[in-house]
Design a protein around this ligand. Structure first.
Ligand code: NOJ
Length: 566
């Protein structure tokens, strides 16, 4: 068929020798929920190291670990008190070294999380800033301002915190009087650094080197679009949804996000990374920035290597939307010579197996509680498998979030007493928050904590249905989601789909996404049917893998993706 259909080239093939990060599949480990080595109910680094062979067998190229640094854990480790040490909850620096060594032995690269927008309020620099008082060198490393009003009792401007409530907190000065205010775009325990301060810049370059010297292969950069604030901190009285990036049409650019000055920071970091030679060490931006043309400025040739494609994650389950986002993402990334970095789930969003089980067209929820309409589990899983197959067939890099290879849904009935996300707490429960996607992973159906660790403890309760999704229930089972991921990752590698060119095929029903990937000169048809009627594959197409059963030999039913050699 592909000869009888018209096609449009939307992305040229990469060269055969394209460097690893241009097509890598990277598995996100959320350390507190992946594997608990010591049975205290919180995952840890020795637990991760023990289970790395599972990832090698899965067929990924690298792991990204969410923060494991010393931290009071006010935002699950995104509040760092010491950037050069491991929190005792997770282990020691020696454990981190052992993890990196084991990963490398298995051929896996290791990416760590870097949190440069803010530290913990328990970081020695912030403690020193509190002690030193207004106008001091110590205060100038953070964003301290006098309050407004005659007695300074009004915050310096009207910015909100992303987690709810106001973005400023007033401190008490050493003499006991009410004092200045400090900015925290996130929790009150996460004061924002002042990136106009040379000491802050130097410190972060030193932190980069500290981890690069330990052999890590890259950094995922937290809130990469937030470091530099507009001079003068002008008012911006709108709610902040970082996990969104939406700017109302016609509204001014938010003065805390995506300021031009931030790019200079990444140019200097790129030089640090490049000084380590080959193979490349990488930077991946977490930047909730729109439109794509602005988002890809973070991956210009002298800046970062990758930036998560959150538009893809947020796309509605509609063929037109998917075609549009794939096309525009690749064009935008190609305009700066970067790969697109696909992602469907992470520790901040409802897992795609649950998200896609909600009605199409509604706004993506920030967590689901027992009081909310519940996702359709079967439909969600079917669509999630189809979405994953589509994603992993696309050229570029892709991130997988722990547990999605099991088809794991969110925990959607977590009781309020267990919730730990500051979003939930700061919004008085109005925003459910992200705990539902952070529940510990099930490894064995008939073991305490479903095999997460040696005890029955888990820092968030696991729903009973998680047993059905456990690794041991899927391992070696034909048609299981785990075996599907293994098969698909193997095929992706064999057919070099990550470096292929991509054509959009036209002339099929509107609710079909049909693409042709030409990795390594072979032709792989990627076909996702989002319509109600089954779609017939072209004559001679040889099915390589399908996200669900076909009807008859060659009919692709609804919510199913097929890869076929054509
Ligand atoms: C983005 C992280 O992914 C999220 O988990 C965290 O709460 C915020 N940044 C603040 O660091």
């Amino acid at each position: 068929m592909t000869d009888t259909l018209s096609s449009q080239l939307i992305h040229p093939a990469a060269t055969e020798d394209a460097t690893w990060w241009r097509h890598a599949v990277i598995y996100q480990i959320y350390p507190r929920s992946w594997a608990d080595g010591d049975g205290d109910g919180v995952g840890d680094l020795p637990g991760v190291t023990q289970r790395l062979p599972y990832l090698q067998a899965l067929g990924v190229d690298a792991v990204w670990l969410s923060p494991f640094y010393r931290s009071p854990q006010a935002d699950a480790g995104y509040d760092v008190a010491d950037y050069r040490d491991i929190d005792p909850l997770f282990g020691t620096l020696e454990d981190a070294d052992a993890l990196v060594a084991k990963a490398h032995e298995l051929g896996l690269k290791v990416i760590v999380d870097l949190v440069p927008n803010h530290s913990s309020d328990e970081h020695p620099w912030f403690q020193a800033a509190l002690a030193a008082g207004p106008g001091s060198r110590e205060r100038n490393r953070y964003i301290f301002r006098d309050g407004r009003g005659p007695d300074g009792s009004e915050p310096p401007n009207d910015w909100h915190s992303v987690f709810g409530g106001q973005g400023w907190t007033r401190v008490t000065e050493a003499d006991g009087t009410p004092g200045q205010w400090y900015l925290h775009l996130f929790d009150v325990k996460q004061p924002d650094f002042n990136w106009d301060n040379a000491e802050v810049r130097e410190e972060f370059e030193a932190i980069l080197r500290f981890w690069l010297d330990r052999g890590i292969d890259g950094f995922r950069v937290d809130v990469a679009h937030g470091l530099v604030k507009e001079a003068g901190l002008p008012n911006y009285d709108a709610e902040l949804h970082i996990l969104d990036g939406e700017v109302r049409p016609g509204a001014p650019m938010p003065p805390m996000w995506d300021q031009d000055g931030v790019h200079e920071v990444y140019r200097s970091w790129r030089k640090v990374l490049d000084s380590y030679g080959k193979p490349d060490r990488i930077l991946c931006a977490e930047a909730w920035v729109r439109p794509q043309e602005r988002a890809v400025r973070y991956v210009r040739p002298d800046e970062m290597h990758q930036a998560f494609n959150f538009d893809f994650l947020q796309a509605q389950w509609r063929a037109e939307d998917l075609r549009e986002v794939i096309d525009s993402s690749l064009k935008a990334a190609d305009s700066v010579g970067a790969p697109s970095t696909w992602v469907l789930s992470n520790h901040d969003v409802v897992r795609h197996a649950s998200r896609l089980g909600l009605p199409v067209g509604q706004r993506r929820p920030n967590g689901i509680s027992a009081q909310d309409p519940q996702p359709d589990r079967e439909l969600g899983l079917r669509r999630a498998r189809a979405a994953t197959l589509l994603m992993l067939g696309l050229p570029g890099s892709a991130y997988i979030y722990q547990g999605e290879e099991l088809g794991l849904p969110d925990s959607t009935d977590l009781e309020a007493q267990y919730r730990q996300d500051p979003t939930f707490l700061r919004s008085n429960g109005e925003e459910v928050g992200r705990d539902g996607c952070r529940v510990p992973i099930p490894w064995k159906k008939d073991a305490p904590s479903f095999g997460f660790g040696p005890s029955g403890q888990t820092w968030l309760p696991q729903p009973p249905i998680y047993g059905e999704y456990a690794v041991d229930q899927q391992d070696g089972v034909d048609g299981s989601t785990l075996e599907l991921y293994r098969q698909v990752l193997r095929l992706r590698r064999e057919r070099a789909l990550g470096s292929g060119g991509l054509q959009l095929l036209e002339g099929l029903p509107d609710d079909v996404v049909a693409l042709l990937n030409t990795g390594r000169g072979e032709r792989t048809l990627l076909l996702t049917n989002l319509g109600e009627e089954p779609v017939r594959l072209p004559p001679g197409a040889e099915v390589l893998v399908a996200s669900g059963p076909l009807t008859g030999e060659d009919e692709v039913p609804t919510d199913t993706t097929v890869w076929a050699a054509v």
